[in-house]
Design a binder for this molecule. Structure first.
Ligand SMILES: C[S@@+](CC[C@H](N)C(=O)[O-])C[C@H]1O[C@@H](n2cnc3c(N)ncnc32)[C@H](O)[C@@H]1O
Length: 351
């Protein structure tokens, strides 16, 4: 029995699932979940992320992390934490770039928070004895300033969806259609709780898991000092829209088409994450990915790479376009900082 059959049986026995329950099963079911069994990152896989587009991405985050440490007053120890490190490319590029700041590397106690056993194996191959692993941020020891990074983690945290009907909000659920296939249904009773007003047909997404992560990071930086950099595709203002999306072999599928066999995501809800962090005493700011990378000096880094390898100029030009262009990753992707209230991390001075 595969995940589809198991979910269908569960729905027959106990009723439709919330979209968040469906996402959790598709991504993390220990037997069939995408990240538990078959995450496929990269050109030959299902999707490609910024660290795989270009080494410049991880290198500039390395510069960001080392500069943050310096602005923090060069503490003798910092927890350098990456949440959802994928195949380890970002951390590898970050640590290489940070060799320019040996004091930072000595101070950095490096932790990876990863739920996927196959990805932990890849990270081990790439990063060997330089890092340690934790199952959650709560398992990373407190008591030192935090420098945390997470690229494309928020989008795989589960969200519920609500649809505005003529009579109020209803929750969008995963049920069974008359042919016993997975299909979307609406909750028969109105959704509880206060949701913003909207026109009929509007879809509203709410991710308790994203907000909980914002709270956890916010509380941590407010207490221990430091900053977190969260990069992801998502909104920088509250809004509506159905962003649930499945990707397999770089192609979009219906979200119910291949449970457990495709990556399944929603947009990051940065306003909710930032509000949750502020409620815990942290400060928060947001830039587009293009603004963040420009402020970190991606232009100069690209020129330096081209000077050392002139033949690579066309490839580096394509990478810059992919990371920065408004119709590529430059504006849809945002870089969000959650930081201690008395500290402004690099690039976010007037954000
Ligand atoms: C889309 S991949 C991004 C990988 C990497 N950051 C990159 O940019 O290439 C999502 C990563 O988050 C991890 N992940 C998913 N859910 C997680 C959770 N609840 N806690 C920690 N890591 C999680 C996945 O296993 C994977 O490493």
């Amino acid at each position: 029995m595969g995940l589809r059959e198991r979910l269908a049986r569960q729905i027959r026995e106990t009723g439709p699932l919330t979209v968040a329950q469906y996402m959790t099963a598709c991504l993390h079911d220990p037997q069939f979940g995408y990240y538990a069994t078959r995450p496929a990152l990269g050109e030959d896989g299902d999707f490609i992320t910024a660290p795989m587009v270009s080494q410049m991405f991880g290198e500039l985050i390395g510069v960001w992390a080392a500069s943050a440490w310096s602005l923090l007053g060069e503490p003798p120890q910092v927890r350098l934490v990456e949440l959802g490190p994928g195949d380890g490319t970002l951390m590898q590029d970050l640590l290489r770039a940070a060799r320019a700041a040996p004091g930072f590397l000595r101070a950095a106690d490096v932790w990876l928070v990863e739920t996927s056993p196959p990805l932990r194996t890849l990270q081990l191959e790439r990063l060997e004895d330089r890092v340690r692993w934790a199952a959650s941020l709560a398992d990373v020891p407190e008591g030192a300033p935090l420098i945390l990074i997470a690229n494309e983690l928020l989008d795989c945290l589960p969200a519920r969806q609500f649809v505005r009907t003529a009579v109020g909000w209803a929750e969008r659920l995963v049920g069974l259609d008359p042919q016993a296939r997975l299909g979307f249904v609406l909750s028969p009773t109105p959704a509880a709780g206060v949701l913003p007003d909207a026109a009929e047909g509007a879809v509203y997404e709410q991710s308790a898991a994203q907000a909980a992560l914002g709270s956890e990071i916010g509380a941590r930086v407010a207490r221990d000092g430091g900053a977190a950099l969260l990069v992801d595709y998502g909104r920088d203002e509250p809004g509506f829209g159905d962003t649930l999306q499945a990707l397999k072999a770089h192609r979009k599928l219906g979200p119910l088409a291949s449970p457990g066999e495709a990556d399944l995501t929603v947009h990051a809800d940065f306003p909710a994450v930032m509000a949750a962090a502020r409620a815990e005493g942290a400060a928060a700011a947001i830039l587009t990915q293009a603004e963040f990378l420009a402020r970190m000096g991606i232009g100069a880094r690209a020129e330096a790479l081209v000077r050392s390898r002139p033949a690579a100029a066309p490839r580096i030009g394509r990478q810059l376009n992919r990371l920065l262009a408004a119709d590529q990753m430059g504006e849809l992707f945002k870089a969000c900082s959650l930081h201690a209230p008395d500290f402004t991390p690099p690039a976010f001075e007037d954000a």
